[in-house]
Design a protein around this ligand. Structure first.
Ligand SMILES: C[S@@+](CC[C@H](N)C(=O)[O-])C[C@H]1O[C@@H](n2cnc3c(N)ncnc32)[C@H](O)[C@@H]1O
Length: 314
C-alpha cells in the first residue's frame, strides 16, 4: 500500500515544486512555519546529523540547510521520501536555493519503515505533513532506532480543523463534480471513434454549463481549470484535436494525481483524530512528548498540530 501511494507523489515532485502547497508557498514555507522550524534547529551543534522524513523535494531540509548556512553551523542533513526524488529537477527550478540544496543528502525511494541508516545516528528527526502518511507502528520503531538516546523528533502534522484540510475538502467536492460529469470518458470514447467531434462538443458544452452553474460565485480552482480546458477543446478543429491527444491525456493524469493527493491528505487527517493510537505508537517506542500545540500561520489560519518529542534512553 505504501509503495503504491508513492507513484502519484513521484509524478508531483518530478514537476519540481519545493512544497506540497505550491499555491500558498511557491518558494518555500515562510512566516510562522519557517520560524517554527528555525527554532527547532537552534539546539543543533556542529556536526550533528538531522533527518527530514517524507521530505518530498526537501522543503524542510532546505530550511535546515538555510539555517546551517546563515548560522555557520555545519550540520549533516539527510532527507528521505518514498517517492523518487530528482535533485537536478529541484535545482533547475530553484537555482536560488542551490547553495542550500547542495547541503542536503537526498534518499528517494526510501520508506521510513526501513531506513538505510545506523542505530542512534541522528540528533534530530523532522517531519512536516509526513509521518502521518506512513505505517505508524513500523515507522515509529524505525525512527526510534536511528535517533540518539536524547535526540528529538519534531512533527508538524495535518489536523482535521486546519485551513489546509478545509480547502482540500472543498477541492475533493470539486473533483467529484468534475469526474461525475464523465467528461474524460466522453473524450476517450471520441478517440475510440464512438462520437463525431460535433457530438463530443455538444456534450462538453453541456458539461461546461453545468460546471459554471455548480461553481456559482465561488472561487473554485479545480472547476475553473476544467472549464478553461473545455473552452479550449471546443475551439479546436478535428486535426488540432487529434494533435492535442497527448496533452489531453497528460492533463487528465495530472488531475487524477492531484485528486489522489487530496484523498491521501483527507484520509490521514481523519486518522490522526485517533489521539490515543497516536500517543500509544510513540510511547511504545520510547518517545516522550515534551511540547505540543497548534501551529498557526497567523491568528486565523491553522497550519496543523506540532509535537516535540524526545527519546528516553534504553
Ligand atoms: C504531503 S507530502 C510532504 C512533503 C513535505 N514534507 C512538505 O511539507 O511539503 C507527504 C510525503 O510523504 C511521502 N511518504 C508517504 N509515505 C511514506 C513512507 N512510508 N516513507 C517515506 N515517505 C513517505 C510521500 O511520498 C510524500 O512525498
Amino acid at each position: 500500500m505504501v509503495i503504491e501511494s508513492s507513484k502519484h507523489w513521484t509524478d508531483y515532485w518530478n514537476k519540481g515544486f519545493l512544497t506540497s502547497l505550491p499555491q500558498d508557498f511557491p518558494a518555500n514555507y515562510d512566516g510562522n512555519i519557517a520560524k517554527f522550524w528555525h527554532q527547532s534547529f537552534s539546539e543543533l551543534k556542529e556536526q550533528d546529523k538531522i533527518l527530514d522524513i517524507c521530505t518530498g523535494n526537501g522543503a524542510i531540509a532546505v530550511l535546515a540547510a538555510e539555517y546551517s548556512y546563515n548560522r555557520k553551523v555545519l550540520i549533516d542533513i539527510k532527507a528521505v521520501d518514498a517517492a523518487h526524488i530528482d535533485r537536478k529537477i529541484i535545482s533547475s527550478r530553484y537555482s536560488q536555493n542551490c547553495k542550500y540544496l547542495d547541503r542536503v543528502d537526498f534518499f528517494g525511494n526510501t520508506h521510513i519503515e526501513k531506513l538505510p541508516f545506523n542505530d542512534s545516528e541522528f540528533a534530530l528527526i523532522t517531519s512536516q505533513f509526513g509521518f502521518e502518511y506512513c505505517l505508524w507502528e513500523r515507522g515509529a520503531k524505525e525512527l526510534s532506532r536511528v535517533l540518539t538516546d536524547d535526540g528529538k523528533l519534531i512533527i508538524v502534522r495535518h489536523s482535521h480543523d486546519s485551513n489546509i484540510i478545509n480547502f482540500m475538502m472543498e477541492e475533493k467536492r470539486e473533483y467529484e463534480l468534475v469526474f461525475e460529469s464523465k467528461i474524460q470518458i466522453f473524450i476517450e470514447n471520441y478517440f475510440f471513434g464512438k462520437f463525431s467531434l460535433e457530438e463530443l462538443n455538444k456534450k462538453m458544452e453541456k458539461i461546461r454549463k453545468f460546471l459554471i452553474l455548480a461553481k456559482g460565485n465561488k472561487l473554485t480552482p479545480v472547476i475553473d481549470s476544467f472549464i478553461r480546458m473545455i473552452e479550449y477543446l471546443v475551439s479546436l478543429n478535428i486535426v488540432e484535436f487529434e494533435q492535442q491527444k497527448g496533452k489531453i491525456g497528460v492533463f487528465f493524469k495530472e488531475m487524477e494525481n492531484a485528486r489522489l493527493r487530496v484523498l491521501d491528505l483527507i484520509r490521514v487527517s481523519n486518522e490522526v483524530e485517533d489521539e490515543e493510537k497516536w500517543n500509544r505508537v510513540f510511547e511504545k517506542n520510547k518517545f516522550v512528548c515534551i511540547d505540543s500545540g497548534h501551529l498557526m500561520f497567523d491568528n486565523l489560519n491553522k497550519v496543523g498540530d506540532y509535537f516535540v518529542m524526545t527519546k528516553v534512553g534504553k
